[in-house]
Design a protein around this ligand. Sequence first.
Ligand SMILES: [Zn+2]
Length: 48
Amino acid sequence: MGSYKCCHCEHETDSVHLITFFQGKQERDELVCDTCYADWLEGLKVEP
Ligand SMILES: [Zn+2]
């Protein structure tokens, strides 16, 4: 059983990563699972 719940896909996971979203001028921290973290990193690579 996971100890945390991913903010993104809502799966339970033992291993979470803290990521920061920027919405306009606001920052939002979220805890996500390995898969979503990998996706997020991929997204960062694409951004200019
Ligand atoms: Zn996730």
